[in-house]
Design a binder for this molecule. Sequence first.
Ligand code: NDP
Length: 293
Amino acid sequence: MTAELIDGKAIAAKLRETIAGAVGLMKTDNDVQPTLVVVLVGEDPASQVYVRNKGIATEKAGMRSIEHRLPEDAGEVQVIELVRRLNADDEVDGILVQLPLPDHIDSSRVINEIDPIKDVDGLTEVNAGRLILGKEGLVPCTPQGSIIMAKTVRESLSGLHAVVVGRSILVGKPLAMLLLNENCTVTMAHSRTKNLASVCRSADILCAAVGRPRMIEGGWLKEGATVIDVGINRIEENGKKRLVGDVDFEAAKLRAGAITPVPGGVGPMTIACLLRNTVIAAARRRGLAVPAI
Ligand code: NDP
């Protein structure tokens, strides 16, 4: 058996097209152009690339992108003051504080200053609580992208056994909640889980968000399982630098029913879901109907 490839690039491109269409309608019908503000503190090279890519994608979707850069030695109070200014700015629909922040800044304090209605990363305690309570909020982008991808190959997720390996606040926990909201039976696995291989073997949907290259072996999968590989690991192999997931892709595709590649899987969906959240935030904040995106 060779698994169906869940092509994150193609799915994300389609989603971005739909978002651009919705943005176009917001402009013509309501004279609204959603605005996303990204706050970057310091000079971390990877963060600079992410922020640039987010800005380009935002503008391509027809939205306004604004970048605020603060120096590495900016104080926590300075960052919080900026966030408060953006909260109060009626032109701003979405606020994203690029993580990680420098060590001297308490990320949790800064993130929780973001007005939940503008929290397009879905990381404030208010939005995390709303997700658990099944209330309307903004959902973290990577988990949302993972669900959208799983749904492209499964008509319904209801009743399926989903195993999420990894329990971070950013990915594992919200992903498990979203799967639960889809009526999956959810198992959360982590570094203390016993018999991880056999837990994984019971999964109809296996989501890996660990950060360990190719940790999930082909033999750990149920025949026909849907595999969502969130992991992005930089390795050097045969003298070449490359990106690999948490799942051993070559072995897994022989057993899985469908699988996301790395790169080109969950990664592109994350930015597409950020754009989606920005449109949703803009519509809700302005009392407009939320477009079906
Ligand atoms: P974290 O380091 O915050 O969490 C990793 C989780 O994996 C922890 O819950 C940890 O368990 C668990 N874990 C570690 N080792 C093992 C093990 N041997 N067996 C089982 N579980 C284990 O990582 P993130 O959630 O932030 O990210 C996970 C991966 O996803 C990374 O590769 C990251 O780069 C990638 N990522 C990709 C994104 C995308 O856009 N595609 C976005 C965000 C992340 P414990 O809690 O017990 O320590």
